[in-house]
Design a protein around this ligand. Sequence first.
Ligand SMILES: *[C@@H]1O[C@H](CO)[C@@H](O)[C@H](O)[C@H]1NC(C)=O
Ligand SMILES: *[C@@H]1O[C@H](CO)[C@@H](O)[C@H](O)[C@H]1NC(C)=O
Ligand SMILES: *[C@@H]1O[C@H](CO)[C@@H](O)[C@H](O)[C@H]1NC(C)=O
Length: 416
Amino acid sequence: MKHIFLSLIFALAALADPKGGHCSKGTTCTVGNHCKAGTTCTVGYARTKTTTVKTKAPAATTATKPKPTYADACIISNYQGVQACVSSTKNLIVLQGPFTVPSNQVIKMFLRDGVKVILSGTITFERATILDGNSDGLINVRGKGITFESDPNNQGILYGSGEKYWDGLGGNGGVKKPFFFRTLTSGYSVFRNIKLINSPAHVFSILGSDTLFDRITIDDSLGDTKGGHNTDGFDVMGDGIVIQNSWVHNQDDCLAINESKGKGINFLNNTCIGGHGISIATYDGGIAENVLVKGCTVSKSTNGIRIKTTYKATKGYVNNVRFEDVKLNDISWIGVMIQQDYLNGGPTGNPISKVPVTGVTFKNIAGNVISGKNAVSVKILCGDGNCKNLTYDNVKISGAKATCAGVSVNPPGSGC
Ligand SMILES: *[C@@H]1O[C@H](CO)[C@@H](O)[C@H](O)[C@H]1NC(C)=O
Ligand SMILES: *[C@@H]1O[C@H](CO)[C@@H](O)[C@H](O)[C@H]1NC(C)=O
Ligand SMILES: *[C@@H]1O[C@H](CO)[C@@H](O)[C@H](O)[C@H]1NC(C)=O
């Protein structure tokens, strides 16, 4: 039953838009996946195509649009004003920067259904000393059918002061480092056109369902030389999450899927630079299912695209994951990988994870790894018979050879 249901979702998606995109604004939703079938599409999921890599963060939106008046909005112009607006009855809230969030304080916006938040100008978070990865994020947004987006005339920027924390240890030690932005949203919520700079550690921690992240810029590029670590771009534990048209320069996974099943995750037309690539990375017991990564570029990263299941993990599974139209530029280690020996800190080389990996497709994947002793173009390291139904279609990665282990027959097209 489950399989029939899942393939129905995908068949509908394929019929509705052979390009793999989503409903476009104003049309009637047919996908039933990221918009409700039969309703008019309002969120405006863009169609996608592969883009060329931009090594500089996209410029702020220029001020050509009419200036919004925000006449009936609740305006927050300092940290002390946050709670009053969140508890007000206004349906529009403006976070009007510039202002500073004092050390060890966080912004909490647990919003009523349908509330819209406009982020205007820069909010700077002073360095916290007692917050860590288990605490609230520096900013926390919850709600159903909410919108959180930039002022089109005054780019919304969240400045995390990461450079005042970075010690090369990330979440593994050293000073305490909070996550930057935690979301728990549902009901076709949208986060759009916001920029986050210098995150202490992990940037987005995404929970909930049916939420779109569009045109998000994560610029932790300074961390390349100043000790940024574990600055994951998007960590997802949610369902029906779409992340698109975004740009990430960081020092860890660009996307890490911790858990998602049902509607799964679409990661479309995104650019990833400097980190560890796009990762499907379940913990012991985690499930990653129905994932589409399409039209993305990964550059100057240790890995390109990968599925990593944890060494010794006994529960959970990875199923139905598709990587399509992905460009890899100058990957320093492994281009395309399925590994079952993952351990935070370094792979063990011993693929004894018991997590089955099934129904994985790599299609139209092109690019290069930087030649070197450890470089691998395509790597399969599976527990014996644990990975099934792997498809490699038009995968062309230059610069190193492919290695396959743990599969009884090397998948055609893998290069092994
Ligand atoms: C991923 O899952 C693990 C295990 O539940 C959890 O400890 C960790 O905080 C999660 N990461 C994120 C970013 O949600
Ligand atoms: C892809 O994303 C970039 C922003 O990174 C955007 O400028 C471009 O329009 C997007 N392409 C499509 C087809 O949505
Ligand atoms: C192989 O995986 C694809 C993609 O998930 C799926 O559509 C197909 O049904 C699978 N085939 C088998 C024999 O399991």
